[in-house]
Design a protein around this ligand. Structure first.
Ligand code: GLC
Length: 460
């Protein structure tokens, strides 16, 4: 497919303009270059946003900025061993950073681990994105030497330690608070949200490639990978057949061999689901916990599950089928809905805490986010459904430039520019560029996809 070269050129220039420098070298990109609105923290470089910029840079042969980013952010990683609840835990990567001048007029990097962020949310995903950027850098350059330095090996292991430490539960998934990833507000995404589990899985796989062969960590990680894949593939999967099983679940079962492990009451199946779920297609639900299945569809988690091979081959094909069948809902007039459906009425009231920015069908609550295009392009390309991503990129291409690359769109089908969306949002620009680069050159998949499947192990 031929995309407009003048639009691509313009998007590239906009991405270059978003670059921030530290002591004269490029180290990141601001979240948005919108000069019309109060920047709040959109003048920071967010680790998760930069992951998308990094893909667009690497696919364009610009490796230096990515290397500098990795080196500088590694220096920011919390290495504090002290048990101090007012300091970020050892291994945590910051949500964002900004370059400022100190009293002596020298440039310094100031990081935010969530202690400054709106609602003080902890960025669980930053460490994962850092690992995935590092792995993409290694794939793009063929140079493992940076990753294998003592500092980098230590940094990788600190992230892994933080995730694999013993906790209060006995699941292979990761227990996190609300707002710990891209959805960094209260949205009922605490517990075991799919987005985090998919990133966790992809990052563990990246770590097995980055850690020195023969290291004890590799075996520990591989074991976890097997359990994690088993857990997600079995308990998070939903298609018409599975819905029928849940609908007829017995409850209050005790012991080892029960079917309804989480004691989910069939009455808790939301009304919309039975109408919405197509005969053909399936997806991983958003979350599972005691007496709770969050049936919402979350795009990022499902797409990363495909790319990382967390989803089986059949499940990956079914997710792509679902996206095709539910095109109007999930893609509509701007790819891609962050989650579907939106929380409405009393649910919105209780679950978001009356968050006006997250009103129904806006922002994280059912808004459409064009940055997700790169993940759609990668997943579609991987599963032989390139035509779906090409259709989606064409829709974006017809609007993004004229709309000044907004952060997100609103409405049932993503027709309206987001109520509080920043313009010239960097990951919108980068996601659009990376999606085109993935569709134009299949080799780019190599930066982000994982193929060979590790052994899937049951938990018992
Ligand atoms: C908002 C988004 C978050 C993003 C940040 C910068 O806080 O919710 O995911 O990283 O803006 O773009």
């Amino acid at each position: 497919m031929v995309f407009s070269s003048s639009l691509r050129k313009e998007a590239r220039q906009a991405l270059e303009k978003a670059i921030i420098y530290y002591h004269g070298v490029p180290v990141g990109t601001v979240a948005a270059s919108d000069s019309q609105t109060d920047p709040v923290n959109y003048n920071h470089c967010f680790v998760r946003d930069f992951a998308v910029s990094a893909m667009a840079f690497l696919m364009n042969g610009e490796v230096e900025i990515v290397r500098n980013f990795l080196v500088e952010t590694l220096k920011l990683q919390s290495c504090d061993r002290e048990m101090d609840c007012f300091k970020p835990g050892q291994g945590l990567m910051p949500a964002s950073f900004i370059i400022e001048n100190n009293a002596a007029g020298e440039e310094i990097i100031k990081a935010d681990f969530g202690e400054l962020a709106i609602a003080r949310v902890t960025p669980v995903d930053s460490g994962f994105w850092w690992l995935l950027i590092l792995r993409a850098y290694v794939r793009a350059t063929g140079d493992l030497s940076l990753a294998r330095t003592a500092e980098f090996q230590k940094g990788i292991k600190l992230i892994i330690d933080l995730c694999l430490t013993n906790r209060f539960d006995m699941f292979p998934t990761l227990l996190v608070p609300d707002g710990s990833f891209m959805i960094d507000r209260r949205m009922g995404v605490h517990g075991y949200p799919l987005d985090i589990q998919a990133q966790f899985y992809a990052s563990l796989r990246a770590a097995t490639e980055l850690i020195e062969p023969g290291d004890d960590y590799i075996q520990i990680i591989e074991e976890r990978l097997g359990h994690l894949a088993y857990h997600i593939r079995n308990y998070y999967w939903l298609d018409y057949q599975r819905l029928n099983e849940i609908y007829r679940y017995k409850v209050e079962e005790f012991g080892k061999t029960v079917t309804n492990k989480f004691n989910v009451y069939p009455e808790s199946i939301p009304e919309w689901l039975n109408v919405w779920l197509p005969d053909k297609g399936g997806y991983f639900i958003g979350n599972i916990g005691a007496g709770w299945m969050d049936f919402r569809f979350f795009s990022q988690g499902n797409l990363i599950a495909i790319i990382s091979d967390l989803a089986s081959e059949e499940q990956s094909l079914q997710i792509m089928n679902l996206i095709e069948q539910k095109w109007e809902n999930l893609i509509g007039q701007m790819p891609l809905k962050v989650c579907f459906p939106a929380l409405e009425g009393r649910d919105w009231h209780i679950i978001t805490g009356c968050d006006a920015k997250n009103m129904s069908w806006s922002y994280h609550n059912g808004g459409n986010w064009p940055f997700l295009l790169w993940l759609l392009a990668a997943a579609a390309q991987k599963m032989g459904r390139k035509e779906l991503a090409e259709r989606a990129v064409s829709i974006a291409e017809s609007r993004l430039h004229g709309d000044k690359y907004p952060e997100y769109y609103d409405g049932l089908n993503g027709r309206l520019i987001g109520k509080e969306a920043r313009s010239l949002q960097t990951w919108t620009i980068a996601g659009f560029l990376a999606a085109q680069d993935l569709l134009n050159n299949k080799n780019n998949l190599d930066l982000i996809c994982f193929d060979e499947e590790p052994v899937v192990m049951s938990c018992s």
